[in-house]
Design a binder for this molecule. Structure first.
Ligand code: HEC
Length: 651
């Protein structure tokens, strides 16, 4: 009794010393959260600061974090509804007074070397770099020069997922060459918290690099890797097939990102503040989203996932200003619509055909080239007899209206999960004696294709794998010539390529001067077994199972294919294994950069395949490289697992 009295008198003293109006929200925060986040929300060794992060979250999102926790060590905390409301109200007051007892907002006036004065709020500061947001809301990236500052920015951008609209992943920057590539070194690293296996290709616009993960976007100074802002949402419990995110689209003062639960969101490019949020589809119907959107004109185009879960695929375009939907193209028709005759059976209801990799765009004809994924159920075609249009296809769509101009289907009636979501590369080149508008595509099914992009006609289709069992070639009508006995059965059928595909979504690249198409390939086979399945919300719709075929020799080969013949000019067999998902980037100086199976970021001579440089990241690849120039210096960047790494030449 006496002890209790002493304690309560003591706590009364403390509370009146700290704050006059210690309300229920503050009491709850101090009791439940302060142990990790600190009494002022500024963080401790146990948890990051939160006073500066609640602005990016609405109340529902904070409530979800508290109730469900986060993977990086935030526990799920059971709090009653009233207490939670008070707690959130208190968190909001912390956000309003960041100066209270902690690091203050620093207003500063900086003088540039040219005499210009910048007034604003400090964003970050390091040994040699400094970032400030001026009162007009703009970010300025600075470098110290004695007691003054020099403003720096990117001098060549990488403004879209593929770098440019053609999907070439080819840079015309000339500083890094075959002669000096051996002195390429790491310039900076940024680690995305609690992240592994990121699939994003970063974008660089106006000096800022945008990096994404699931429901997460961070803006970095592209010359130093310093964080400028971050936007984050908790992941959606129970969402299907959305465990990655591949990047943003940038246009005007906005960046656009899709969320795991199939929303598309616009953020202010300078602050990370959300501008609009549009639901593309109801995620409870097995939709998700992972692909980098594509900004075209005043539209932003977003795709969805769900090939494994039997969503009904579509591609949609939204107004960049308002987020309103402008058009939608369904990749699986409804009963009675054109194409429905290619779906014999009930699976037309849950046919798949997702659109999860970013397409390419021809500005001259205002045409989008967008590839589609596999039909569902995946390994069992019994309830979808026919070609299953428009799955595993390349769509040529009018970018303004979403109207179909033509399509080409790589794998009709697929039962192997061979999404055609490999990048369609647009090239104007001499082909069979004529200058032609081409689209180049190495498909997961093991064939390399050259199509006429004005009409979708196949000009060339050539097997690139050593062992390919399902078809003997592509006929003059553009259809695969099927081999017998290759359908999945209950007992299991061995088919090459494997379910991972002969190639996959990682980036290919093309050099006009060599006429070679550079892409990563897997020599690997699967045993495909079919089974019954019923579509259920919240469950995969596979209709079977696959496993890597036993006894096979698995290889990871970087191939350089001559686009006029489809023949390999050279092949580079990588470290043993076939599990690396790193793409290629090629340069006008004759280099091909790629993520090597053994974890190296490497450069090969584009004419011969000889390796000229490598850097061991010791991570399994999931992402493809990109290039930009910052403050007059050429950089290459790639994400190795959770680390964004930027490389450049010495000073
Ligand atoms: C045991 C330590 C611990 C406790 C207690 C705790 N947190 Fe956390 N919290 C963390 C960690 C660690 C993270 C970072 C997790 C991550 O990024 O995956 C975090 C993250 C958060 C975030 C997300 C911040 C962002 O990046 O947007 C919010 C919001 C949050 N906590 C609120 C709370 C609230 C409110 C309470 C009290 C009800 C609380 N936390 C209690 C450890 C804790």
């Amino acid at each position: 009794m006496r002890a209790l009295l002493i304690v309560s008198v003591f706590s009364l003293l403390i509370s009146s010393a700290v704050s006059q109006d210690r309300g229920p929200g503050q009491r709850a925060f101090e009791a439940r959260c302060a142990i990790c986040h600190g009494g002022d929300g500024h963080g401790t060794d146990r948890a990051p600061s939160i006073y500066d992060k609640t602005a990016a979250r609405d109340n529902a999102s904070i409530a979800t974090v508290v109730k469900n926790g986060l993977p990086g060590g935030m526990p799920a905390i059971q709090v009653g509804d009233d207490e939670l409301t008070q707690l959130i109200a208190y968190l909001r007051t912390l956000q309003m007074v960041p100066a209270a007892g902690g690091r203050p907002v620093v207003r500063e006036t900086l003088t540039l070397t040219d005499g210009k004065i910048l007034n604003g709020v400090r964003v970050a500061v390091g040994l040699t770099d400094h970032q400030i947001r001026t009162d007009d809301g703009k970010l300025h990236l600075l470098r110290k020069v004695d007691d003054k500052y020099r403003e720096v920015t990117s001098t060549v951008d990488w403004p879209t997922f593929h770098g440019d609209m053609s999907g070439n992943r080819y840079t015309t920057m000339t500083q890094i060459t075959k002669d000096n590539v051996k002195s390429l070194g790491a310039k900076w690293v940024y680690t995305v918290r609690n992240a592994q296996g990121l699939q994003d290709t970063p974008q660089v616009v106006g000096g800022v690099m945008y990096v994404t993960n699931v429901n997460f976007c961070v803006a970095l100074d592209a010359g130093s890797g310093r964080q400028l802002w971050q936007w984050m949402r908790p992941s959606t419990q129970g969402v299907m097939g959305a465990g990655s995110n591949r990047g943003v689209a940038v246009a005007g003062d906005r960046v656009f990102i899709v969320t795991d639960n199939a929303h598309i969101v616009a953020l202010n490019r300078y602050t990370g503040t959300q501008v609009w949020d549009t639901e593309m589809a109801d995620w409870h119907q097995n939709y998700g989203a992972t692909g980098a959107p594509l900004a075209v004109g005043n539209l932003v185009i977003g795709g969805i996932t769900g090939g494994e879960a039997g969503s009904r695929g579509f591609l949609a375009a939204f107004d960049q200003t308002t987020g309103k939907e402008v058009w939608r193209f369904w990749t699986v028709p409804k009963a009675g619509e054109p194409g429905a005759e290619t779906w014999g059976g009930k699976d037309i209801e849950h046919g798949g055909g997702p659109t999860w990799i970013t397409g390419t765009y021809d500005a001259q004809t205002e045409t989008l080239f967008w590839p589609t994924g596999n039909p569902a159920k995946e390994y069992n075609g019994d309830d979808r007899k026919g070609d299953d249009l428009y799955t595993d296809s390349l769509l040529a769509l009018d970018a303004k209206t979403g109207k179909l101009k033509w399509y080409y289907q790589f794998t009709p009636h697929d039962t192997y999960d061979w999404d055609a979501t490999e990048i369609p590369v647009l090239v104007d080149a001499m082909f069979q004696g004529h200058m032609r508008k081409l689209v180049l595509h190495a498909d997961r099914n093991g064939f390399f294709y050259v199509l006429d992009r004005t009409n979708g006609k196949v000009l060339l289709a050539k097997q690139f794998l050593k062992e390919l069992t399902w078809a003997s070639g592509i006929g003059p009508d553009g259809r695969p010539i099927l081999k017998a006995g290759q359908e999945p059965t209950a007992a299991g059928t061995r088919v090459c390529p494997s379910q991972d595909g002969a190639t996959n979504f990682y980036s290919p690249s093309f050099i006009p001067a060599t006429g070679l198409f550079y892409f990563q390939t897997f020599e690997k086979c699967s045993v495909y077994q079919k089974a019954d399945d019923t579509w259920t919300a919240g469950k995969n719709y596979l209709g079977g199972v696959q496993r890597v075929a036993p006894g096979g020799k698995e290889e990871h080969i970087l191939r350089a294919v001559d686009i006029s013949t489809g023949a390999s000019k050279w092949e580079l067999t990588e470290s043993p294994g076939a599990n690396g998902w790193g793409g290629t980037l090629s340069t006008v100086t004759g280099l091909v950069f790629f993520g090597e199976e053994g974890g190296a970021f490497a450069a090969a001579d584009a004419s011969t395949g000889k390796v000229l440089w490598s850097f061991g990241t010791n991570q399994g690849w999931k992402a493809s490289p990109m290039a930009y120039e910052f403050d007059g210096k050429e950089y290459l960047a790639v994400i190795a697992s959770g680390n964004v790494m930027a490389f450049g030449l010495g000073d």
